[in-house]
Ligand binder design. Structure first.
Ligand code: IMP
Ligand code: MG
Length: 172
């Protein structure tokens, strides 16, 4: 793997953005039963940083959905390969996702989690590629907006490479 990588978001920019999101979430969920549902694997670094900036208690859960396969384009078929393991009924669920692109995965996941009857269900995405949306998905908390380009780093991969990079890069 020696693709050309161009720096897009520095450690400092990411840290400031994560801190901003955490403070918004800490205010909005101050009196709620917050459950963060991280979407594996891409959101693992983002979730880890975000929870440590929260000033309120939160329960951590993970789901894994298979959608992309080993290429850049979504195949459109989505399945849950690892489901939540605690009851979400009556809880205030906040999905933590790395990127919302076409919106297909998140639309599927939102419907899947809604069937657990949470008290509320919202979405926090580190990166929103709004211009690429194919189905409508409401992003309640957005870290960065971007129009085009394929990104890696900070948990986000290209064929399982580059997840450990501390910054976010565009792949050429
Ligand atoms: P969607 O169903 O098209 O919205 O796909 C969203 C998922 O595709 C994200 O959670 C990522 O896992 C993956 N994805 C979308 N864009 C990128 C990218 O630029 N880099 C790496 N993964 C991406
Ligand atoms: Mg993802």
């Amino acid at each position: 793997m020696n693709k050309e990588l161009k720096l897009l978001f520095s450690r400092k920019e990411i840290a400031e953005t994560v801190a901003r999101l955490a403070s918004e979430i800490s205010v909005d969920y101050a009196d709620k039963k917050l459950v963060l549902v991280g979407v594996l694997k891409g959101a693992f670094v983002f979730l880890a940083d975000l929870v440590r900036e929260l000033t309120i208690p939160a329960t951590i859960e993970f789901v894994r959905i298979a959608s992309y396969g080993a290429n850049k384009e979504s195949c459109g078929k989505i399945t849950v390969t690892k489901d939540v393991e605690i009851p979400l009924e009556g809880k205030d669920v906040l999905i933590i996702e790395d990127i919302v692109d076409t919106g297909l995965s998140l639309k599927f996941l939102i419907e899947h989690l809604r069937a657990h009857h949470p008290a509320s269900l919202r979405l926090c995405a580190l990166v929103d590629k709004k211009a690429r949306r194919e189905v409508e998905v409401q992003v309640d908390y957005t870290g960065f907006a971007m129009t085009d380009g394929f990104i890696v780093g900070y948990g986000i991969d290209f064929n399982e490479h580059y997840r450990a990079l501390p910054e976010i890069f565009v792949v050429d």
